[in-house]
Design a binder for this molecule. Structure first.
Ligand code: C2O
Length: 347
């Protein structure tokens, strides 16, 4: 059977590992507000496709709107499920053990290191984006993506670096502020040219060379009753995690904010980073040569029928399924077309 969605009024304490003090920390503030009404979410008809832009190429007008929307999200009442901290806590609740699998004792629900990674984060961004759009009265608003797979996008995007902006977060590694080049292998190499070249090699390997089956890319099977973390897909394990750690502040107890699950969503850059992670899924599905993985679909009903709960842009609790998020165009968004210099980057 598929993993069942959590029961919100059974949401409990989340935990994380404090790497500095070497002990388990408990957090009891990650649970969302409770609602007794759950609506089965229907994807709305797509009238205009949203195009998510590359974060390094956006206009000042775009930055203004995005900043305003994020600022409004931060100012919503604390108990509004659309409030910025509530949104950040979604990640904590689904990733730090606040939810148990219904009917499975104390087995946690964990959306990382399995085939739920891409679907969960796609839905998470989907509602986050719609909430931002709603707050500025612009239903066409599209989140940006951090184009870290292209040399032109390999620094923290400038709009996140203005300390007066709602997009800023003080808990980041100052050593990696622009012009530092993001290190997709988390190698510690400081030579920019070598890092760029290494990044392209990593992209080629995680997107193409290393995958012989759909699950190598997506992550391993994870079903009702399975223990957590059966195995991450190539991008999740590699570039995705490196970027989290590279941005997080090593002077915080546990790499906050981006470097730890419970706090990652507190940095607005999270949603931009995951924009690119999600874009990798789309590219892999629809644009890559398929000789090694001729069939990229996972047809197991236990995958397709896995469900999650989110609050939508109208603060209604909705139940969504994996099968409804497999096609980004059906969900109403696409990505700006940018060259893929790693496509032929064989070492
Ligand atoms: Cu839910 Cu990038 O992690």
């Amino acid at each position: 059977n598929p993993i069942q969605p959590p029961v919100l009024d059974k949401c409990g304490v989340a935990t994380y590992w404090n790497t500095t003090e070497k002990k388990v920390e408990k957090i009891d503030t990650c649970c969302p507000p409770i609602s007794d009404k759950i609506i089965d979410y229907k994807l709305p008809p797509v009238f205009g496709m949203k195009t998510r832009p590359s974060a390094h190429r956006v206009s000042p007008e775009y930055i203004f709107k995005y900043n305003m929307a994020t600022d409004r999200m931060k100012r919503l009442p604390k108990d509004d499920p659309r409030n910025f901290m509530q949104q950040a806590n979604i990640h904590c609740a689904y990733c730090n053990g606040a939810y148990d699998q219904p009917g499975q004792g104390n087995l946690d629900i964990q959306v990382h290191e399995s085939w739920l990674f891409f679907p969960f984060h796609r839905w998470y961004l989907y509602f986050y984006e719609r909430i931002l759009g709603k707050l500025i009265g612009d239903p066409t608003f599209a989140l940006p993506f951090w184009n870290w797979d292209n040399p032109k996008g390999m620094t923290i995007p400038p709009m996140y670096m203005d300390s007066r902006s709602a997009l800023y977060d003080p808990k980041r590694n100052k050593e990696n502020f622009p012009p530092a080049v993001v290190d997709l292998g988390y190698t510690g190499n400081k030579d920019p040219l070598q890092v760029v070249s290494n990044n392209l090699t990593i992209m080629y390997s995680e997107m193409i060379r290393g995958n012989s089956s759909a699950l190598d890319f997506m992550g391993k099977e994870y079903k009702e009753g399975s223990p957590v973390n059966p195995g991450a897909g190539a991008i999740e394990r590699g570039a995705h995690t490196s970027v989290h750690r590279w941005v997080g502040d090593p002077n915080q107890p546990s790499g906050e904010n981006l470097g730890n699950f419970y706090s990652a969503g507190r940095d607005p850059l999270f949603y931009c980073h995951h924009g690119n992670v999600d874009r990798m899924w789309t590219l892999w599905q629809y644009f890559l040569p398929s000789s090694k993985v001729p069939d990229k679909r996972i047809t197991d009903p236990d995958f397709l029928n896995t469900a999650f709960l989110f609050y939508d842009e109208n603060a209604q609790l909705v139940r969504v399924t994996v099968k409804d998020c497999l096609d980004n165009l059906r969900m109403g968004f696409d990505y700006e077309r940018i060259d893929l210099p790693w496509l032929d980057y064989r070492p």
